[in-house]
Structure formats: structure tokens, C-alpha cells
Ligand binder design. Sequence first.
Ligand code: HEC
Length: 125
Amino acid sequence: MNHRIIYGFLAVSAMNSAMAENINPIAKGQAMAWQCAPCHGTNGQEFEESMPPIAAMPAEQFTKAMLDFRQGDRPATIMDRVAKGFTDEEIKAMASWFELQPKKQWVDTSLEEAQLSLDATRGQK
Ligand code: HEC
């Protein structure tokens, strides 16, 4: 694990605890999703052999995968440890966010598309 990932975890954990409970669950899912990006790509949009893509994954499938990792019911090299850092509610928030992400490579996303996606999360425009 490199330092970028560790700092990412620390920054986002601090952010998680600072977040109000009544925040929009999709925005909350998006904020937590940044810490998945070093491995799974921006918005889970890394599609290559070595990394399972999580963009556009049905929320139910995502939630089951995370709960299985957390409980040790699914073999993992790293995701068991990652999943232990999240509550059921946080996992559901991330599931809602990742399900909405287009199934394409993040490097193919234009800046304009990225901005539209951000605006949608904030409920603007
Ligand atoms: C350090 C790299 C790394 C980070 C960070 C990471 N993952 Fe993973 N993820 C993996 C690997 C590797 C696998 C394959 C299972 C394993 O070996 O642990 C995986 C598998 C998954 C799967 C199962 C995909 C499938 O096809 O069933 C999900 C869901 C997932 N990760 C979600 C997340 C979420 C959500 C985060 C952020 C909170 C995250 N991951 C952060 C490396 C990572």
C-alpha cells in the first residue's frame, strides 16, 4: 500500500466523522468514494483485468459484496480490511453513488461530463 492511499484513508475518515447525518446519501456516498479511487479509478471507473470495476454495479450486489468482505465471508487480499471501516449506512450510501456512475473508463470522461455529474450530486442545474 503506498502513502497516497494511506493519506487518502486518513483524510476521508476525518471527513466522514465531520459529516452531518442528514446529508444527501448520494453526496455522502460520493465523498466516501474518493478513497476507493486509487485502486478502483475515479468514480469506480477503472476497467482493467487486475481491478474489479465498481461503477454501475447494482446497489444490491455492491452492498452484498461489502458486507461479505466485512464479515470475512468472501476471500479478499485487501477488501476485508477496507470494508471494516464502514457502517451499514455508509455502505448503502456508497452503493447508491456507484450504481449511478456510467460504465466507462474515467480517463474517457470529459471535464464537462465530470462537472455535470458533480452538479447533479449537489442538486444544482
Ligand atoms: C488498495 C486497493 C483498494 C482500495 C483502496 C479499495 N479496493 Fe475494492 N477491491 C480491491 C481488490 C484488490 C479487490 C478484489 C478483492 C480483494 O482481493 O480484496 C476489490 C474488490 C472490490 C469489490 C468487489 C467487486 C466485484 O466485482 O465483486 C467491491 C464492491 C469493492 N472492491 C469496493 C471498494 C470500495 C467501496 C472501496 C472504497 C471504500 C474500495 N473498494 C477500495 C482493491 C481496493
